[in-house]
Design a protein around this ligand. Structure first.
Ligand code: SF4
Ligand code: SF4
Ligand code: FES
Length: 405
């Protein structure tokens, strides 16, 4: 009995030991098999062509970049919401800590906040590649495309842009336009101005008989505009006069004035010379600096002015002011300011008598007969030279080609 018991006890033990041995063998073999499989896969995906090789390298460097995401930066974002009853806009600031590496853009930072911290944060974006123009916002005191602006550049600074760098990213909506919610602005005024310049080629008597490649250089330059509105947001003239057409609409207007197929060029120039048009620009250069596509709206506005004067469209304040300015410098070497006002405003100068009386009282009214400056002969020589060889602004622009920028 005792022997029998012993036998029945031993049998299952033997069985279990056998199973364990098989399992241990399998486990021991697994890493070997896995290593063989990995080697096969690695061989199959080994880069063979130069393109495959560079993709592999890029993936490798991306792995390194991802692992380096250690740094964090504070995003201080202006939030805004309309009261549904009163429609009054309430604004406040909120701060978020955002991780970044050397390639993280402000847009990626905003996406990170929206995905992980606060899904109600509202902003526009689409292409993520400076093409659609929808992610324009006011970032660290200038209007910029969020998808084109790297966080590291804002932190370290950009000497080429005379930007010193800041330890925090301040983000608010574009300026000169009403805010809808958070970083989203209403685009109505921007687009109604673009539409007001008749943004298409019109048939008419002035259509050129032939169209050359050279004649399209000017058109190409302005055609790079992506309607992002950054120039409009940074424009100083719009702060003073919200009815001013603004740099983007005027740059577009130049595109049609310069187009050799345009048939109503002079009519366009006449309209653009009216109030709120080309002569309202203060030539501050902010639009030139803000534009992410190198359009240079200020240069386009100067060309429109030059063309308007060349077409004898001078019966307006802006053109009268420019011509009187030029005549004063040629004659005196300095401005005859009281007469400059009279020549600019004509009979409307009576509206400025209050200012003149104020200046007179403070003994600050300039003489109506200024002193001629020393070296006037030199100034006259410059004028003679310019009149002999006028600067052809049309030849200064380079052909950037379609889609460049
Ligand atoms: S240069 Fe003229 S259009 Fe451009 S931002 Fe200044 S005022 Fe506005
Ligand atoms: S001119 Fe430049 S800044 Fe202005 S809307 Fe066009 S692309 Fe944007
Ligand atoms: S998302 Fe398209 S320009 Fe920035």
């Amino acid at each position: 009995m005792t022997d029998k018991k012993k036998t029945t006890k031993k049998a299952p033990v033997k069985k279990v030991t056998a199973k364990k041995t098989v399992a241990v063998k399998k486990i021991k073999a697994a890493p070997k098999k896995a290593a063989v499989a990995t080697a096969h896969i690695a061989k199959a995906f080994e880069p063979k062509t130069p393109t495959q090789f560079s993709i592999a390298k890029a993936l490798e460097s991306h792995k390194v970049a991802s692992s380096e995401i250690q740094k964090k930066i504070t995003f201080k974002i202006q939030r805004a919401e309309k009261d549904p009853r009163t429609k009054k806009l309430k604004t406040w600031f909120e701060e978020f800590k955002v991780p970044y590496d050397d390639s993280t853009t402000v847009l990626q930072g905003l996406e990170w906040i929206k995905g992980r911290e606060d899904g109600t944060l509202t902003f526009r974006r689409s292409c993520r590649a400076s093409i659609c123009g929808s992610c324009g916002m006011f970032i660290n005191n200038r209007s910029r495309l969020a998808c084109k602006t790297k966080i590291v550049d804002l932190v370290k600074g950009m000497p080429e842009k005379n930007y010193q760098g800041m330890p925090v990213i301040l983000i608010s909506p574009q300026k000169n336009q009403p805010v809808e919610k958070d970083l989203v602005i209403a685009l109505d005024s921007f687009y109604s101005k673009v539409h007001s310049i008749t943004p298409y080629v019109q048939s008419g008597e002035e259509t050129a008989k032939s169209v050359t490649k050279d004649s399209f250089e000017q058109v190409n330059l302005v055609s790079n505009c992506i309607m992002c509105g950054l120039c409009y947001s940074d424009c100083t003239a719009l702060v003073e006069n919200p009815d001013y057409l603004g740099p983007a609409a005027l740059a577009k207007a130049f595109r049609f004035v310069a187009d050799p197929r345009e048939g109503k060029r002079t009519e366009r120039l006449r309209q653009l010379s009216e109030d709120n048009g080309v002569w309202d620009c203060t030539r501050c250069g902010m639009c030139l600096d803000a534009c992410p596509k190198g359009v240079d709206p200020m240069e386009a506005i100067v060309k429109l002015r030059t063309r308007a004067i060349a077409a004898d469209i001078t019966n307006n304040k802006g053109a009268r002011h420019a011509l009187a300015f030029k005549a004063d410098i040629a004659h005196w070497g300095v401005l005859n300011e009281p007469m400059l006002l009279v020549k600019t405003f004509g009979s409307e100068v009576v509206n400025h008598i209050g200012t003149a009386m104020h200046l007179l009282k403070k003994a600050k009214l300039p003489s109506i007969i200024p002193h001629k400056v020393d070296g006037l002969d030199e100034i006259k020589k410059i004028y003679e030279e310019l009149e002999k060889n006028p600067i052809d602004v049309e030849t200064k622009a380079e052909d950037s080609g379609p889609g460049a920028g």
